[in-house]
Design a protein. Structure first.
Length: 336
């Protein structure tokens, strides 16, 4: 499949473009700069320019488009610029895809559309999922909700399959090794100080697992994905302690329902992606964090919890633990 990945030089785009190329797709990465991705035909373009975008799409004639380009961090630019940039990008890219007859278009939204950054926000139930009502609280979140509605509009009015996904707090491979995350903290710092991860309700996603989700979406039956949205995140929370023990101090907006989130359960549900696409993440912070940093993080608590999930995640965590038997006590699930 010939696939255009917009935003291919970004934190998420690099892993998605590289992952699709490794799976055998012909990938054309489009961004304002190149990233030196192996196996990816990288192009530079201003995707807000409708004429330039149309010319590029007409030249490449992709079978699919994965739209990741945009201002990716809330409050990283003036609010109006974030809103205007992200909404202009999605319409320009999706319209260009329709004009050249692209069969599949997947756009990135964000969990922030739910509005949990607002001081008045309260969870009506947990875990949060695709049925939770969006209540955007800033221009970034609003721009992502517009992206979702643009996808639904094109799904209703155009041939082909259009969908969106809400990737959780994206972590690239170099960040597991100690590079700063998008908020400027290291992952070790986010795990040692729950207040840092609480801002995003402890959600996260390895960028390579995001790439696997995109592959699953591209190869799913069109009728399954057309017009649909998916939460995409890790199978556990980015926290040493279970969310049930943390929410009162660090995320009170979750309310009493937070007590359900024991045994490493995340705040955001990813069941829909597994049910419809057969996708589940393979990586957790316990399997990917740099070993020395992991030792320091786990040493902060005698009750660090391991996620109680079957399948590849549990298997990977078991492999990690078997390599370091002296830490097994610290990884036992805390009884409640």
């Amino acid at each position: 499949m010939r696939v255009i990945v917009t935003g291919s030089a970004g934190r998420l785009g690099r892993s998605v473009a590289a992952g699709l190329a490794a799976s055998g797709h012909q990938v054309v990465g489009v961004d304002r700069v190149t990233a030196g991705l192996a196996g990816v035909d990288e192009r530079t373009a201003d995707l807000i320019d409708a004429m330039a975008t149309g010319t590029l799409f007409d030249e490449v004639r992709p079978d699919a488009v994965v739209h990741l380009a945009g201002i990716a961090v809330p409050f990283s630019a003036p609010e109006r610029r974030i809103l205007m940039t992200n909404t202009a990008l999605v319409h320009t890219v999706l319209a260009a895809a329709v004009d050249v007859g692209v069969e599949r278009v997947l756009a990135a939204s964000s969990p922030t559309v739910l509005g949990y950054s607002a001081p008045t926000w309260r969870a009506d139930r947990l875990p949060l999922d695709e049925a939770t009502t969006p209540e955007p609280a800033n221009a970034y979140a609003l721009s992502k909700l517009v992206i979702e509605e643009a996808v639904r509009m094109f799904a209703r009015t155009s041939p082909g399959a259009f969908g969106f996904f809400r990737p959780c707090y994206v972590i690239s491979p170099e960040e597991w090794a100690g590079a700063p995350t998008q908020q400027g903290h290291t992952l070790e710092q986010r795990l040692l100080d729950p207040s840092l991860a609480a801002v995003s309700l402890f959600n996260y996603l390895d960028a390579r697992d995001a790439a696997a989700f995109v592959e699953a979406w591209l190869t799913a039956p069109a009728e399954v994905v057309d017009g649909e949205g998916f939460f995409v995140g890790a199978a556990d929370a980015l926290a040493v302690h279970q969310v049930a023990d943390l929410w009162r101090d660090f995320a009170p907006a979750l309310g009493e329902a937070g007590d359900q989130l024991g045994h490493g359960r995340p705040v955001f549900a990813i069941d829909k992606a597994e049910r419809l696409l057969g996708w589940r993440p393979e990586r957790t912070w316990r399997t990917e964090l740099e070993p020395t940093a992991l030792e320091r993080v786990l040493a902060t608590s005698d009750h660090a919890v391991a996620p109680a999930h079957a399948g590849s995640v549990a298997s990977a965590n078991a492999d990690r633990r078997s390599d370091r038997p002296t830490r097994s006590d610290r990884l036992e699930t805390r009884a409640r």
